[in-house]
Design a protein around this ligand. Structure first.
Ligand SMILES: [Zn+2]
Ligand SMILES: [Zn+2]
Length: 245
């Protein structure tokens, strides 16, 4: 049986819901839910909350790199290399945020925030970095008339940059896809989010891609055409019934 001792007070930690907890000092440590093996080191409450913020910056950064053409594995390697450079460490394997103490996690947080700011969308047409236009909440490449919007109240791109032609195609793809899940939600009385998720899972299967990569905002012209083809047989039915719902 695995036993974990709190590094702050030397009390034996308790395991519950995938975490090792120290009751006297509220320290926490992530564990493998099956083996209960502690991942990294236990963290006090300040370090824990900073660690959570680091993870969210980390995920954001993975997304940004993916939109710029890296695979998830390549993105993780890139972030790991950049973080190793910040800490001047040369450990084997990927850089681990859950090994850092309170001082180091603060440095990591700042570094991840900076890396996010620096990792702007690269224009797929001219390979130059785009500019963020805060008044319009878009990243833009003027010479190519390419742009992408951002998630509300963030500077996280919604997908990859698109020129006028691709933007029109994505809009058209949405006009075929969205009524299907809206109809499903209304007719089966299920939450919109759930219906939308089901539609994307269905579409991913049809397009033979991973559901994580199934977003109209990431599709090229050819993929948008595939969306239209797959949805076309159902669109009239959904639209006609939507009027009655
Ligand atoms: Zn403790
Ligand atoms: Zn460009």
């Amino acid at each position: 049986m695995i036993q974990v001792t709190c590094p702050f007070c030397n009390t034996t930690a308790q395991f519950s819901q995938g975490l090792w907890r120290c009751n006297p000092c509220c320290a926490l440590g992530e564990a493998d839910p099956k083996t209960k093996k502690l991942k990294g080191v236990m963290a006090n409450q300040v370090t824990w909350s900073l660690r959570k913020r680091c993870y969210s910056f980390y995920e954001e950064l993975v997304t940004r790199h993916k939109f710029n053409g890296l695979s998830k594995t390549q993105a993780r390697k890139k972030i790991s290399d950049d973080m190793n450079a910040v800490f001047a460490t040369e450990e084997e394997g990927l850089f681990k945020l859950n090994r850092l103490d309170e001082d180091d996690i603060k440095i990591a947080l700042q570094a991840l925030e900076r890396l996010n700011q620096e990792t702007v969308p690269v224009c797929p047409y001219c390979s130059n970095q785009s500019n963020y236009i805060s008044s319009k909440s878009i990243y833009r490449c003027d010479p190519c008339d390419a742009q992408v919007g951002v998630h509300k109240d963030t500077t996280i791109p919604l997908g990859t940059m698109a020129n006028k032609e691709l933007r029109a195609m994505r809009k058209k793809a949405h006009s075929y896809l969205d009524p299907l899940w809206r109809y499903k939600a209304a007719s089966q009385n299920i939450a919109k989010m759930k219906a939308r998720k089901a539609a994307y899972e269905w579409l991913a299967k049809k397009m033979e891609i991973h559901v994580d990569d199934c977003h109209v905002g990431q599709f090229d012209t050819e993929q948008c055409q595939q969306v239209i083809q797959h949805c076309a047989p159902y669109i009239n039915l959904a639209m006609s019934k939507m009027k009655k719902v």
